[in-house]
Unconditional design. Structure first.
Length: 131
């Protein structure tokens, strides 16, 4: 017999995240955001790998890599998710999550391709909206 755990209440946590967002916007005058940090990370990597090319791309020069509140937000999301998964005993390395296996099969290649395409579409939409 397997023991299942319910986890945290998503409605409570969603409400708390909403309150945190409102408080943060009021206090700092800035909205939560993440997409610009990925552009800055790309600028950082390109500057290290191909420094002569990075200086010529206006978009990356405009969004030059810097450690700001958004980058700290991204790092905090990663650390918080890692701590939460570790504390609940849910942390494990797996190429294909169990839910994906149940619905779409065990192919790591198709999972990776769909994840990449979904991320690309989401990032395109965020950048299109100047996010």
């Amino acid at each position: 017999m397997s023991k299942t755990r319910e986890g945290w209440n998503p409605y409570l946590l969603g409400g708390l995240a909403g309150l945190l967002s409102v408080w943060s916007t009021y206090y700092t005058g800035k909205f939560f955001g993440a997409s610009t940090s990925f552009v800055r990370a790309a600028a950082f990597v390109e500057d290290k790998v191909i420094p002569e090319r990075a200086a010529t791309l206006e978009y990356l020069v405009k969004n030059a890599a810097k450690m700001d509140w958004q980058m700290m937000f991204i790092i905090g999301i990663f650390i918080g998710a890692l701590l939460s998964a570790t504390l609940f005993g849910d942390f494990k390395f797996q190429a294909v999550p169990d839910m994906w296996k149940r619905h779409f099969g065990e192919s790591a290649v198709s999972r990776g391709l769909v994840a990449f395409l979904g991320g690309a579409v989401a990032m395109f939409g965020a950048r299109l909206a100047d996010g």
